[in-house]
Design a protein around this ligand. Structure first.
Ligand code: APR
Ligand code: PHB
Length: 391
């Protein structure tokens, strides 16, 4: 097999890249190691920045998103017995976010790709890539029990944090940055209507809590828990009681709706950046190159921004023969990546309770949140980052 762009990974980064290339007439093949059902069921975050929504609409995958996505024009911060709503459009020149689960984005992209897109092979496990230092790289993979190869013009490594693409880059050519956090998220899905609620981020002496949703009928809630927590230690009652305490409003006027919990899991938190995002004919995009802590729901949005930049660079080369945009791909993506890492880690450390936290850190966290509640400039800085920097 031979193609212009060999794409490893059929997550949001790989699928969107394939869609954008296909629309511009650049041929590509997507190799995904899991089966379709698995890819479409994975639970991930679900807040789309304005630029992500615009991108999906612009490439023909906006129909269901427009019907079923929930536009949110604000988020609420709760801290120190206070509740403060940040209005996104008025602070950002009209930008907002949309709640639409990542699994739904993936389903829409897969359906379109299988209907009229370039080849997408499920159950195709990439074992390695050779020749990335040349202009003729080869992807080695197994599919239906056979060893196969895909010869490419370039390889897009969109295979997530645990993928193989990044490992192709020799250590001498790479630099990685890692930050582990000393707490995790216990996430639950509950059959509880979210009503008209917006997302609520709470900083509390007992730890962070987040009230989010997946659809009008399903709520998604998170609690800060110590690393190594076993989800089985958290009965339904314990989860709801902790959420009630951490999310309580000063006047007690807001009531947490409770209901059956249908799934629960504990996820660690880290930031990770691999530089550069290009090595020879290998280009990394999405989680393969970077992970942000989940506060702010930036992972999918960053993957979309990478895919847009990479598609533009590859289409430019296809049309003009110029590698100018490919040559700047890594640097220009990394600027956005670091801005996003900075914002997600700021949200994380401002809203979570560090196990060694003392009164000094309590005060500086509260001062940061008070600043957003009282200064339009500080609120605008928060809102611009939350609604997403322009792609
Ligand atoms: N061969 C083929 N496919 C692979 C291989 C491999 N060796 N290794 C991993 N993959 C596939 C995974 O099965 C997965 O479907 O690559 C895909 C990577 O998808 P994601 O992990 O979803 O990463 P990405 O597309 O970059 O999406 C960005 O945003 O909300 C965050 O982390 C969240 O997935 C999310 C991400
Ligand atoms: C989610 O709904 O999973 C979610 C929402 C907002 C975040 C993080 C995760 O900041």
């Amino acid at each position: 097999m031979r193609t212009c762009v060999g794409i490893i990974g059929g997550g949001p980064a790989g699928l969107l890249l394939a869609r954008l290339l296909h629309r511009a007439g650049v041929d590509c093949v997507v190799l995904e190691r899991r089966d379709r059902d698995h890819v479409e069921r994975r639970q991930r975050a679900g807040v789309l920045e304005q630029g992500t929504v615009d991108t999906l609409r612009g490439c023909g995958v906006g129909a269901r998103l427009d019907r079923e996505g929930l536009p949110h024009h604000g988020v609420e911060l709760r801290f120190d017995g206070r509740a403060h709503r940040v209005d996104l459009p008025s602070l950002t020149g009209g930008r907002s976010v949309t709640v639409y689960a990542q699994t739904e984005v993936v389903k829409d992209l897969v359906a379109l790709q299988l209907a009229d897109g370039p080849p997408l092979l499920f159950g195709a496990e990439v074992r390695g890539v050779t020749g990335v230092e040349s202009g003729a790289p080869v992807i080695h993979f197994t599919h239906e029990g056979r060893e196969r190869t895909l010869s490419c013009g370039v390889v897009a490594g969109c295979d997530g944090f645990h993928g193989v693409a990044r490992r192709t880059v020799p250590a001498r050519a790479a630099r990685t940055y890692v930050q582990e956090y000393p707490y995790s998220w216990l996430g639950v899905l509950a059959d509880v209507p979210a009503g008209d609620d917006e997302l609520i981020y709470a900083r509390h002496a007992e730890g962070f809590a987040l009230h989010s949703m997946r659809s009008p009928a399903v709520s998604r809630l998170y609690l800060q828990v110590p690393n190594g927590t076993d989800p089985a230690e958290w009965s339904e009652q314990r989860v709801w009681d902790a959420l009630s305490i951490r999310l309580a409003t000063p006047d007690g006027g807001w009531e947490l709706r409770r209901g059956p919990i249908t799934a629960r899991s504990v996820t660690g938190m880290r930031a990770f950046v691999h530089e550069p995002m290009r090595y020879g004919s290998l280009l990394l995009a999405g989680d393969a190159a970077h992970i942000v802590p989940p506060t702010g729901a930036k992972g999918l949005n960053l993957a979309v921004a990478d895919a847009v930049a990479l598609a533009a660079a590859l289409v430019h080369r296809h049309r003009t023969g110029s590698t100018a945009l490919l040559d700047t791909y890594s640097d220009s993506c990394l600027r956005r990546v670091w801005q996003t890492v900075r914002f997600a880690s700021w949200m994380t450390t401002t809203l979570h309770r560090h196990p060694d936290q003392g009164p000094f850190e309590d005060r500086t966290q509260l001062a940061a949140l008070d600043r957003i509640a009282t200064s339009k400039t500080a609120a605008a800085e928060f809102a611009e980052n939350y609604a997403g920097l322009p792609i």
